[in-house]
Design a protein around this ligand. Structure first.
Ligand code: GLC
Ligand code: CA
Length: 551
Protein backbone atom coordinates (compact mmCIF):
# COMPACT_ATOMS: atom_id res chain seq x y z
CA UNK A 1 0.00 0.00 0.00
CA UNK A 2 1.19 3.50 -0.83
CA UNK A 3 1.10 6.10 1.93
CA UNK A 4 1.30 9.86 1.96
CA UNK A 5 4.36 9.61 4.16
CA UNK A 6 6.38 7.70 1.59
CA UNK A 7 7.10 11.18 0.22
CA UNK A 8 7.03 13.11 3.48
CA UNK A 9 9.16 16.20 3.92
CA UNK A 10 8.59 17.20 7.53
CA UNK A 11 9.03 20.62 9.11
CA UNK A 12 9.34 20.58 12.88
CA UNK A 13 7.57 23.44 14.64
CA UNK A 14 8.27 24.25 18.26
CA UNK A 15 4.89 25.92 18.85
CA UNK A 16 5.99 28.11 21.76
CA UNK A 17 8.61 29.75 19.57
CA UNK A 18 7.05 29.97 16.12
CA UNK A 19 4.58 32.87 16.14
CA UNK A 20 2.73 34.59 18.93
CA UNK A 21 -0.74 35.75 17.85
CA UNK A 22 -2.04 37.38 21.05
CA UNK A 23 1.13 39.05 22.35
CA UNK A 24 1.62 37.14 25.55
CA UNK A 25 5.14 36.25 24.42
CA UNK A 26 4.31 32.60 23.74
CA UNK A 27 3.85 31.16 20.29
CA UNK A 28 0.44 29.57 19.69
CA UNK A 29 -1.79 27.71 17.26
CA UNK A 30 -3.27 30.82 15.66
CA UNK A 31 0.28 32.04 15.10
CA UNK A 32 1.07 28.83 13.24
CA UNK A 33 -2.13 29.19 11.20
CA UNK A 34 -1.05 32.64 10.13
CA UNK A 35 2.21 31.20 8.79
CA UNK A 36 0.75 28.41 6.69
CA UNK A 37 1.44 30.38 3.48
CA UNK A 38 5.11 30.49 4.50
CA UNK A 39 5.21 26.73 4.98
CA UNK A 40 3.57 26.25 1.62
CA UNK A 41 6.09 28.55 0.00
CA UNK A 42 8.96 26.55 1.49
CA UNK A 43 7.48 23.43 -0.07
CA UNK A 44 7.31 21.01 2.87
CA UNK A 45 4.31 18.65 3.00
CA UNK A 46 4.05 17.82 6.71
CA UNK A 47 4.55 19.53 10.05
CA UNK A 48 5.41 17.92 13.35
CA UNK A 49 4.23 19.99 16.29
CA UNK A 50 5.96 19.57 19.62
CA UNK A 51 3.38 18.88 22.38
CA UNK A 52 0.41 21.24 22.65
CA UNK A 53 -1.68 19.42 25.26
CA UNK A 54 -2.56 20.96 28.62
CA UNK A 55 0.67 21.03 30.57
CA UNK A 56 2.26 22.72 33.59
CA UNK A 57 5.22 23.26 31.17
CA UNK A 58 7.86 21.77 33.43
CA UNK A 59 9.39 20.26 30.28
CA UNK A 60 7.79 22.57 27.71
CA UNK A 61 4.73 20.43 27.12
CA UNK A 62 6.27 16.96 27.50
CA UNK A 63 4.59 16.87 30.91
CA UNK A 64 0.93 16.42 30.00
CA UNK A 65 -1.85 16.92 32.54
CA UNK A 66 -4.75 16.55 30.09
CA UNK A 67 -4.41 14.75 26.77
CA UNK A 68 -7.87 15.67 25.57
CA UNK A 69 -7.45 19.42 25.51
CA UNK A 70 -5.16 22.08 24.08
CA UNK A 71 -3.05 24.05 26.51
CA UNK A 72 -4.82 27.42 26.93
CA UNK A 73 -1.52 29.19 26.23
CA UNK A 74 -1.51 27.51 22.79
CA UNK A 75 -5.16 28.18 21.98
CA UNK A 76 -8.41 26.25 21.97
CA UNK A 77 -9.72 23.06 20.47
CA UNK A 78 -11.45 25.16 17.86
CA UNK A 79 -8.11 26.72 16.90
CA UNK A 80 -6.69 23.22 16.54
CA UNK A 81 -9.58 22.05 14.38
CA UNK A 82 -9.06 25.09 12.18
CA UNK A 83 -5.34 24.50 12.04
CA UNK A 84 -5.83 20.92 10.87
CA UNK A 85 -8.36 22.01 8.29
CA UNK A 86 -6.23 24.86 6.93
CA UNK A 87 -3.06 22.77 6.85
CA UNK A 88 -4.89 20.15 4.84
CA UNK A 89 -6.21 22.76 2.45
CA UNK A 90 -2.60 23.81 1.92
CA UNK A 91 -1.55 20.20 1.26
CA UNK A 92 0.30 19.90 4.57
CA UNK A 93 -0.09 16.90 6.87
CA UNK A 94 -0.15 17.33 10.62
CA UNK A 95 1.84 15.13 12.98
CA UNK A 96 1.38 15.52 16.72
CA UNK A 97 3.88 14.72 19.41
CA UNK A 98 2.47 11.96 21.57
CA UNK A 99 3.90 11.62 25.06
CA UNK A 100 3.25 8.07 26.16
CA UNK A 101 6.01 7.09 28.56
CA UNK A 102 4.97 9.48 31.34
CA UNK A 103 2.45 12.12 32.34
CA UNK A 104 2.67 15.26 34.42
CA UNK A 105 2.42 14.78 38.17
CA UNK A 106 -0.60 17.10 37.87
CA UNK A 107 -2.45 14.58 35.71
CA UNK A 108 -5.65 13.44 37.50
CA UNK A 109 -4.46 9.83 37.36
CA UNK A 110 -1.33 10.64 39.32
CA UNK A 111 -3.14 13.01 41.64
CA UNK A 112 -5.61 10.28 42.51
CA UNK A 113 -2.82 7.73 42.86
CA UNK A 114 -1.03 9.79 45.50
CA UNK A 115 -4.11 10.99 47.30
CA UNK A 116 -5.71 7.62 47.68
CA UNK A 117 -3.56 4.51 48.26
CA UNK A 118 -6.54 2.36 47.25
CA UNK A 119 -6.88 4.20 43.95
CA UNK A 120 -6.97 2.07 40.79
CA UNK A 121 -4.65 4.70 39.32
CA UNK A 122 -1.90 3.66 41.71
CA UNK A 123 -1.17 0.85 39.26
CA UNK A 124 -1.03 3.34 36.34
CA UNK A 125 2.37 4.37 37.65
CA UNK A 126 5.41 2.59 39.02
CA UNK A 127 5.51 2.62 42.81
CA UNK A 128 8.18 0.54 44.53
CA UNK A 129 10.47 0.35 47.54
CA UNK A 130 9.57 0.44 51.20
CA UNK A 131 10.62 2.09 54.45
CA UNK A 132 11.97 5.05 52.52
CA UNK A 133 14.60 2.86 50.85
CA UNK A 134 15.04 3.45 47.13
CA UNK A 135 14.58 0.23 45.15
CA UNK A 136 17.78 0.69 43.10
CA UNK A 137 20.56 3.04 41.98
CA UNK A 138 19.17 3.99 38.59
CA UNK A 139 19.63 7.60 37.51
CA UNK A 140 17.26 9.96 35.72
CA UNK A 141 18.09 11.59 32.37
CA UNK A 142 17.42 14.93 34.03
CA UNK A 143 19.85 14.30 36.91
CA UNK A 144 19.52 12.56 40.28
CA UNK A 145 17.66 9.33 40.97
CA UNK A 146 14.72 7.96 38.98
CA UNK A 147 13.00 7.50 42.34
CA UNK A 148 11.04 10.19 44.14
CA UNK A 149 9.33 9.77 47.48
CA UNK A 150 5.62 9.05 47.32
CA UNK A 151 4.11 12.34 48.53
CA UNK A 152 1.44 10.26 50.29
CA UNK A 153 4.09 9.24 52.81
CA UNK A 154 3.75 5.49 52.29
CA UNK A 155 7.52 5.03 52.45
CA UNK A 156 7.41 4.02 48.78
CA UNK A 157 8.84 5.81 45.76
CA UNK A 158 7.57 6.49 42.26
CA UNK A 159 9.63 6.12 39.09
CA UNK A 160 10.51 9.06 36.80
CA UNK A 161 13.00 8.77 33.97
CA UNK A 162 12.81 12.49 33.26
CA UNK A 163 11.89 15.29 35.68
CA UNK A 164 10.45 14.25 39.05
CA UNK A 165 7.26 16.05 38.04
CA UNK A 166 6.93 13.58 35.13
CA UNK A 167 6.11 10.14 36.60
CA UNK A 168 6.47 7.15 34.25
CA UNK A 169 3.37 5.22 33.30
CA UNK A 170 3.18 1.52 34.03
CA UNK A 171 2.78 -0.07 30.59
CA UNK A 172 2.58 -3.50 32.19
CA UNK A 173 -0.94 -2.52 33.16
CA UNK A 174 -3.36 -3.31 30.28
CA UNK A 175 -5.53 -0.39 31.35
CA UNK A 176 -2.68 2.02 30.72
CA UNK A 177 -2.11 0.53 27.28
CA UNK A 178 -5.79 0.81 26.51
CA UNK A 179 -6.03 4.37 27.78
CA UNK A 180 -3.05 5.56 25.73
CA UNK A 181 -4.39 3.88 22.60
CA UNK A 182 -7.74 5.59 23.08
CA UNK A 183 -6.05 8.99 23.42
CA UNK A 184 -4.11 8.43 20.21
CA UNK A 185 -7.28 7.44 18.41
CA UNK A 186 -9.11 10.49 19.67
CA UNK A 187 -6.60 12.73 17.88
CA UNK A 188 -6.48 10.66 14.73
CA UNK A 189 -10.26 10.80 14.63
CA UNK A 190 -9.93 14.59 14.64
CA UNK A 191 -8.05 14.28 11.40
CA UNK A 192 -4.36 14.47 12.24
CA UNK A 193 -2.10 12.43 9.97
CA UNK A 194 0.43 10.92 12.29
CA UNK A 195 2.06 10.70 15.69
CA UNK A 196 5.60 11.13 16.86
CA UNK A 197 5.93 8.58 19.63
CA UNK A 198 7.92 10.34 22.31
CA UNK A 199 10.49 8.27 24.23
CA UNK A 200 8.63 5.04 23.43
CA UNK A 201 11.79 2.94 23.84
CA UNK A 202 11.55 3.47 27.60
CA UNK A 203 8.08 2.08 28.32
CA UNK A 204 9.48 -1.23 29.64
CA UNK A 205 11.73 -1.48 32.67
CA UNK A 206 13.84 -4.39 33.92
CA UNK A 207 13.27 -6.01 37.30
CA UNK A 208 13.41 -3.05 39.66
CA UNK A 209 15.25 -4.92 42.39
CA UNK A 210 18.54 -4.76 40.50
CA UNK A 211 21.23 -2.19 40.96
CA UNK A 212 23.19 -1.23 37.90
CA UNK A 213 26.68 -2.56 38.64
CA UNK A 214 29.25 0.21 38.85
CA UNK A 215 32.80 0.55 39.98
CA UNK A 216 32.51 3.55 42.18
CA UNK A 217 31.74 3.20 45.86
CA UNK A 218 29.66 6.32 46.05
CA UNK A 219 25.91 6.20 46.11
CA UNK A 220 25.36 8.46 43.09
CA UNK A 221 22.58 7.21 40.82
CA UNK A 222 23.72 6.08 37.37
CA UNK A 223 21.97 6.24 34.01
CA UNK A 224 21.17 2.56 33.58
CA UNK A 225 20.02 2.48 29.95
CA UNK A 226 20.19 -1.32 29.56
CA UNK A 227 17.61 -1.52 32.35
CA UNK A 228 15.16 0.93 30.82
CA UNK A 229 15.76 1.31 27.10
CA UNK A 230 14.78 -0.94 24.20
CA UNK A 231 13.77 -3.95 26.30
CA UNK A 232 11.86 -6.68 24.41
CA UNK A 233 8.55 -5.80 26.09
CA UNK A 234 8.73 -2.42 24.37
CA UNK A 235 8.00 -4.19 21.10
CA UNK A 236 5.29 -6.34 22.59
CA UNK A 237 3.38 -3.42 24.07
CA UNK A 238 3.98 -1.05 21.16
CA UNK A 239 2.73 -3.75 18.80
CA UNK A 240 -0.65 -3.80 20.53
CA UNK A 241 -0.77 -0.02 20.28
CA UNK A 242 0.45 0.29 16.68
CA UNK A 243 -1.67 -2.57 15.32
CA UNK A 244 -4.81 -1.15 16.79
CA UNK A 245 -4.06 2.26 15.36
CA UNK A 246 -3.12 1.00 11.93
CA UNK A 247 -6.28 -1.07 11.82
CA UNK A 248 -8.44 2.04 12.02
CA UNK A 249 -5.99 4.52 10.49
CA UNK A 250 -3.81 2.66 7.99
CA UNK A 251 -2.48 5.90 6.53
CA UNK A 252 -1.34 7.41 9.85
CA UNK A 253 2.39 7.92 10.11
CA UNK A 254 3.83 6.38 13.27
CA UNK A 255 7.19 7.99 13.79
CA UNK A 256 9.05 6.70 16.82
CA UNK A 257 11.59 8.67 18.79
CA UNK A 258 14.21 5.99 19.39
CA UNK A 259 17.07 8.08 20.73
CA UNK A 260 19.51 5.33 21.68
CA UNK A 261 18.36 2.68 19.22
CA UNK A 262 21.06 1.25 16.99
CA UNK A 263 20.35 0.30 13.41
CA UNK A 264 19.41 -3.29 14.22
CA UNK A 265 16.79 -2.13 16.67
CA UNK A 266 15.61 0.33 14.05
CA UNK A 267 15.08 -2.66 11.77
CA UNK A 268 13.02 -4.37 14.48
CA UNK A 269 10.97 -1.25 15.11
CA UNK A 270 10.19 -0.54 11.45
CA UNK A 271 10.19 -3.88 9.69
CA UNK A 272 6.65 -4.27 8.34
CA UNK A 273 6.42 -7.88 9.50
CA UNK A 274 6.75 -6.65 13.08
CA UNK A 275 3.62 -4.47 12.90
CA UNK A 276 5.19 -1.59 14.76
CA UNK A 277 6.03 1.86 13.45
CA UNK A 278 6.90 3.28 10.04
CA UNK A 279 10.13 5.07 10.78
CA UNK A 280 12.29 6.02 13.74
CA UNK A 281 14.43 8.97 14.79
CA UNK A 282 17.77 7.84 16.20
CA UNK A 283 20.30 10.04 17.97
CA UNK A 284 23.14 7.83 16.81
CA UNK A 285 24.01 9.77 13.66
CA UNK A 286 26.24 12.28 15.35
CA UNK A 287 29.30 10.80 17.03
CA UNK A 288 31.35 13.57 18.55
CA UNK A 289 35.12 13.79 18.49
CA UNK A 290 36.08 13.54 22.16
CA UNK A 291 39.79 14.15 21.62
CA UNK A 292 39.72 17.91 22.26
CA UNK A 293 37.85 17.75 25.55
CA UNK A 294 39.45 19.62 28.42
CA UNK A 295 39.73 16.93 31.12
CA UNK A 296 39.90 19.46 33.95
CA UNK A 297 36.12 20.01 34.01
CA UNK A 298 32.86 18.28 33.08
CA UNK A 299 32.68 17.36 29.42
CA UNK A 300 28.90 17.40 28.89
CA UNK A 301 28.53 20.98 27.60
CA UNK A 302 31.98 21.50 26.14
CA UNK A 303 31.70 22.05 22.38
CA UNK A 304 32.97 19.01 20.48
CA UNK A 305 33.45 18.75 16.75
CA UNK A 306 31.65 16.04 14.82
CA UNK A 307 33.71 12.94 14.08
CA UNK A 308 33.30 12.98 10.30
CA UNK A 309 34.62 9.49 9.70
CA UNK A 310 32.14 8.07 12.20
CA UNK A 311 29.46 10.24 10.67
CA UNK A 312 30.11 8.74 7.23
CA UNK A 313 30.06 5.26 8.71
CA UNK A 314 26.82 5.91 10.57
CA UNK A 315 25.06 7.38 7.56
CA UNK A 316 26.05 4.59 5.22
CA UNK A 317 25.14 1.90 7.72
CA UNK A 318 21.67 3.36 8.24
CA UNK A 319 21.18 3.90 4.51
CA UNK A 320 22.23 0.38 3.60
CA UNK A 321 20.68 -1.55 6.47
CA UNK A 322 17.25 0.03 6.26
CA UNK A 323 17.15 -0.18 2.47
CA UNK A 324 14.02 -2.07 1.45
CA UNK A 325 12.80 -2.08 5.06
CA UNK A 326 11.86 1.47 6.00
CA UNK A 327 12.91 5.03 5.38
CA UNK A 328 15.48 6.49 7.74
CA UNK A 329 14.73 9.96 9.07
CA UNK A 330 17.18 12.61 7.90
CA UNK A 331 17.89 15.57 10.16
CA UNK A 332 20.65 17.79 11.47
CA UNK A 333 18.97 19.25 14.52
CA UNK A 334 15.85 19.27 16.66
CA UNK A 335 14.62 20.72 19.94
CA UNK A 336 16.87 18.35 21.90
CA UNK A 337 20.21 19.47 20.48
CA UNK A 338 22.11 22.59 19.44
CA UNK A 339 21.37 23.98 16.01
CA UNK A 340 23.28 22.96 12.87
CA UNK A 341 24.64 26.50 12.30
CA UNK A 342 26.00 26.55 15.85
CA UNK A 343 27.03 22.95 16.44
CA UNK A 344 28.55 21.92 13.14
CA UNK A 345 28.49 24.27 10.16
CA UNK A 346 31.53 26.53 9.96
CA UNK A 347 29.76 29.03 7.72
CA UNK A 348 26.74 29.63 5.51
CA UNK A 349 28.19 27.57 2.66
CA UNK A 350 28.71 24.56 4.85
CA UNK A 351 25.22 24.85 6.35
CA UNK A 352 23.89 24.57 2.80
CA UNK A 353 26.14 21.78 1.60
CA UNK A 354 25.42 19.72 4.72
CA UNK A 355 21.68 20.15 4.17
CA UNK A 356 22.17 18.93 0.62
CA UNK A 357 24.25 16.00 1.85
CA UNK A 358 21.70 14.93 4.44
CA UNK A 359 18.36 15.43 2.75
CA UNK A 360 19.11 14.00 -0.69
CA UNK A 361 19.94 10.65 0.87
CA UNK A 362 17.25 8.02 1.05
CA UNK A 363 14.72 8.89 3.76
CA UNK A 364 12.38 11.43 5.31
CA UNK A 365 13.85 14.90 5.91
CA UNK A 366 12.90 16.63 9.15
CA UNK A 367 13.79 20.31 8.98
CA UNK A 368 13.86 22.13 12.30
CA UNK A 369 12.14 25.54 12.16
CA UNK A 370 14.58 28.35 11.39
CA UNK A 371 17.20 25.97 10.05
CA UNK A 372 16.13 27.02 6.55
CA UNK A 373 17.22 30.57 7.44
CA UNK A 374 20.55 29.63 8.97
CA UNK A 375 19.34 30.37 12.49
CA UNK A 376 21.80 29.84 15.36
CA UNK A 377 21.41 28.95 19.03
CA UNK A 378 20.61 31.89 21.27
CA UNK A 379 23.22 32.99 23.75
CA UNK A 380 21.97 32.70 27.32
CA UNK A 381 23.56 35.36 29.50
CA UNK A 382 22.09 34.27 32.81
CA UNK A 383 22.57 30.80 34.23
CA UNK A 384 18.96 30.78 35.47
CA UNK A 385 17.71 30.96 31.92
CA UNK A 386 18.86 27.38 31.45
CA UNK A 387 16.39 25.97 33.97
CA UNK A 388 18.53 22.85 34.06
CA UNK A 389 20.56 21.71 37.06
CA UNK A 390 23.06 19.87 34.88
CA UNK A 391 24.15 23.25 33.46
CA UNK A 392 24.71 24.60 36.96
CA UNK A 393 26.96 21.63 37.71
CA UNK A 394 28.82 22.22 34.46
CA UNK A 395 29.41 25.90 35.19
CA UNK A 396 30.59 25.15 38.73
CA UNK A 397 33.05 22.57 37.49
CA UNK A 398 34.34 24.90 34.74
CA UNK A 399 34.81 27.70 37.28
CA UNK A 400 36.80 25.37 39.52
CA UNK A 401 39.03 24.68 36.52
CA UNK A 402 39.71 28.41 36.10
CA UNK A 403 37.09 29.39 33.48
CA UNK A 404 34.98 32.46 34.03
CA UNK A 405 31.25 31.91 34.37
CA UNK A 406 30.82 33.88 31.16
CA UNK A 407 33.05 31.45 29.28
CA UNK A 408 31.19 28.50 30.75
CA UNK A 409 27.81 29.97 29.79
CA UNK A 410 29.09 30.58 26.28
CA UNK A 411 30.02 26.93 25.98
CA UNK A 412 26.66 25.77 27.30
CA UNK A 413 24.85 28.16 24.93
CA UNK A 414 26.60 26.50 22.00
CA UNK A 415 25.84 22.95 23.04
CA UNK A 416 22.63 22.89 25.07
CA UNK A 417 19.16 22.10 23.76
CA UNK A 418 17.31 25.08 25.29
CA UNK A 419 19.11 27.87 23.35
CA UNK A 420 18.13 25.96 20.19
CA UNK A 421 14.48 26.84 20.88
CA UNK A 422 14.63 30.58 20.14
CA UNK A 423 11.83 32.63 18.55
CA UNK A 424 11.38 32.33 14.80
CA UNK A 425 12.55 35.60 13.21
CA UNK A 426 9.95 36.83 10.72
CA UNK A 427 11.03 40.38 9.91
CA UNK A 428 13.05 43.40 11.03
CA UNK A 429 10.46 44.70 13.47
CA UNK A 430 10.58 44.43 17.25
CA UNK A 431 11.43 40.87 18.38
CA UNK A 432 11.66 40.05 14.69
CA UNK A 433 7.89 39.94 14.43
CA UNK A 434 7.58 36.99 16.78
CA UNK A 435 5.73 38.92 19.48
CA UNK A 436 5.14 42.51 20.57
CA UNK A 437 5.79 41.60 24.21
CA UNK A 438 8.77 39.84 25.74
CA UNK A 439 9.36 36.38 24.25
CA UNK A 440 8.96 33.54 26.78
CA UNK A 441 12.56 32.52 26.16
CA UNK A 442 15.38 34.95 26.93
CA UNK A 443 18.72 35.07 25.16
CA UNK A 444 20.74 37.08 22.70
CA UNK A 445 20.25 36.40 19.02
CA UNK A 446 23.65 35.70 17.45
CA UNK A 447 22.56 35.72 13.82
CA UNK A 448 20.86 38.42 11.76
CA UNK A 449 18.60 36.19 9.72
CA UNK A 450 14.89 36.69 9.20
CA UNK A 451 12.21 35.46 6.83
CA UNK A 452 11.34 38.76 5.12
CA UNK A 453 14.94 39.48 4.09
CA UNK A 454 15.55 35.95 2.92
CA UNK A 455 12.42 35.61 0.84
CA UNK A 456 13.40 38.79 -1.00
CA UNK A 457 16.95 37.60 -1.69
CA UNK A 458 17.34 34.98 -4.44
CA UNK A 459 20.68 33.87 -3.08
CA UNK A 460 19.45 33.36 0.51
CA UNK A 461 19.53 30.17 2.55
CA UNK A 462 15.73 30.12 2.44
CA UNK A 463 15.71 30.07 -1.35
CA UNK A 464 18.41 27.41 -1.31
CA UNK A 465 16.25 25.21 0.96
CA UNK A 466 13.28 25.81 -1.30
CA UNK A 467 15.24 24.47 -4.29
CA UNK A 468 16.58 21.59 -2.23
CA UNK A 469 13.08 20.59 -1.10
CA UNK A 470 11.73 20.72 -4.62
CA UNK A 471 14.64 18.55 -5.81
CA UNK A 472 13.97 16.07 -3.02
CA UNK A 473 10.47 15.54 -4.38
CA UNK A 474 11.81 14.04 -7.61
CA UNK A 475 11.50 10.29 -7.98
CA UNK A 476 15.24 9.78 -8.19
CA UNK A 477 15.73 11.21 -4.70
CA UNK A 478 12.68 9.47 -3.29
CA UNK A 479 13.23 5.99 -4.64
CA UNK A 480 16.70 5.79 -6.11
CA UNK A 481 19.38 3.46 -4.79
CA UNK A 482 22.09 4.96 -2.64
CA UNK A 483 25.76 4.23 -2.59
CA UNK A 484 28.71 5.98 -1.05
CA UNK A 485 31.70 6.70 -3.26
CA UNK A 486 35.07 5.69 -1.84
CA UNK A 487 36.54 9.18 -1.44
CA UNK A 488 38.92 10.63 1.13
CA UNK A 489 37.85 11.79 4.59
CA UNK A 490 37.69 15.37 3.36
CA UNK A 491 34.56 14.74 1.34
CA UNK A 492 31.22 12.96 1.39
CA UNK A 493 30.19 11.81 -2.05
CA UNK A 494 27.31 9.51 -2.88
CA UNK A 495 25.26 8.51 -5.81
CA UNK A 496 21.53 8.01 -6.23
CA UNK A 497 20.38 5.98 -9.20
CA UNK A 498 17.09 4.81 -10.61
CA UNK A 499 17.03 2.94 -13.91
CA UNK A 500 19.17 5.10 -16.21
CA UNK A 501 18.90 8.26 -14.11
CA UNK A 502 21.79 9.12 -11.84
CA UNK A 503 22.76 11.91 -9.51
CA UNK A 504 26.00 12.55 -7.73
CA UNK A 505 25.96 14.52 -4.50
CA UNK A 506 29.48 15.73 -3.80
CA UNK A 507 30.18 17.68 -0.63
CA UNK A 508 33.48 18.94 0.69
CA UNK A 509 34.06 18.66 4.44
CA UNK A 510 37.37 20.40 4.06
CA UNK A 511 38.59 23.92 4.72
CA UNK A 512 40.93 23.56 1.71
CA UNK A 513 39.85 23.26 -1.92
CA UNK A 514 39.58 19.61 -2.98
CA UNK A 515 39.57 17.81 -6.31
CA UNK A 516 37.67 14.69 -7.29
CA UNK A 517 37.56 12.63 -10.44
CA UNK A 518 33.86 12.29 -11.22
CA UNK A 519 34.02 11.23 -14.87
CA UNK A 520 32.27 12.82 -17.82
CA UNK A 521 28.93 11.19 -17.06
CA UNK A 522 27.87 13.76 -14.50
CA UNK A 523 27.58 16.90 -16.52
CA UNK A 524 24.57 18.96 -15.47
CA UNK A 525 24.24 20.90 -12.25
CA UNK A 526 21.00 20.67 -10.26
CA UNK A 527 21.99 22.57 -7.14
CA UNK A 528 25.14 24.10 -5.71
CA UNK A 529 26.33 25.43 -2.36
CA UNK A 530 29.42 27.60 -2.66
CA UNK A 531 31.84 27.60 -5.60
CA UNK A 532 32.94 24.68 -7.71
CA UNK A 533 34.47 23.96 -11.09
CA UNK A 534 33.82 21.01 -13.35
CA UNK A 535 36.20 20.59 -16.25
CA UNK A 536 36.77 17.40 -18.23
CA UNK A 537 35.38 15.15 -15.50
CA UNK A 538 37.43 16.77 -12.78
CA UNK A 539 35.45 18.40 -9.98
CA UNK A 540 37.07 21.08 -7.84
CA UNK A 541 35.15 22.10 -4.73
CA UNK A 542 36.02 25.26 -2.84
CA UNK A 543 36.11 24.95 0.98
CA UNK A 544 32.93 23.33 2.37
CA UNK A 545 31.18 23.60 -1.00
CA UNK A 546 28.80 21.05 -2.43
CA UNK A 547 27.11 20.29 -5.70
CA UNK A 548 24.44 17.98 -7.11
CA UNK A 549 25.28 16.75 -10.59
CA UNK A 550 23.16 14.62 -12.88
CA UNK A 551 23.90 12.48 -15.88
C1 GLC B 1 11.84 13.33 24.36
C2 GLC B 1 11.70 14.78 23.96
C3 GLC B 1 12.36 15.63 24.99
C4 GLC B 1 11.66 15.40 26.30
C5 GLC B 1 11.62 13.92 26.66
C6 GLC B 1 10.67 13.66 27.76
O1 GLC B 1 13.14 12.92 24.40
O2 GLC B 1 12.23 14.97 22.67
O3 GLC B 1 12.35 16.99 24.64
O4 GLC B 1 12.31 16.09 27.31
O5 GLC B 1 11.20 13.13 25.58
O6 GLC B 1 9.35 13.70 27.30
CA1 CA C 1 0.46 33.62 22.45
Amino acid sequence: MRHWYDQAIIYQIYPKSFQDSNNDGIGDLNGIRKRIPYLKELGINAVWLNPIFVSPQVDNGYDVSNYFAIDPKMGTMEDMDNLIKEMHEAGIHVIMDFVLNHTSDQHPWFQDAIKNPESIYRDYYIFAGENNQRPNNWGSFFGGSVWEKDPAGTGQFYFHLFDKRMPDLNWKNPEVRHAMTEIAKYWLEKGIDGLRLDAFIHIAKADLRQNFPVNSKDEEPVIAEPFFANLPQVQKWMRLFCEEIKQDYPDALLLGEAASANVNLAVDYTNQDNHLMDSVITFRYFTEDQSKIDPSFLSNYQPKPLDWVKFKQNQTIWQQTLSGISKPTLYWNNHDMARLATRIAKNDIQARSLAMLMYLQCGIPIIYYGEELGMKNLQFEDINDFKDDTVKEFVTSAEKAGKTSKEALLMASKTHKLPARGPMPWDNERNNGFTEKEPWIKGRKLDKVNVADEIADDSSMFNFYKKLISLKKEQLFQEGNYYLWPTSNGSYVYERNLKDKKALIAVSLSQEPIELEVGKEFSSERLAAGEYDLTAGKLRLEPYAGVVLEN
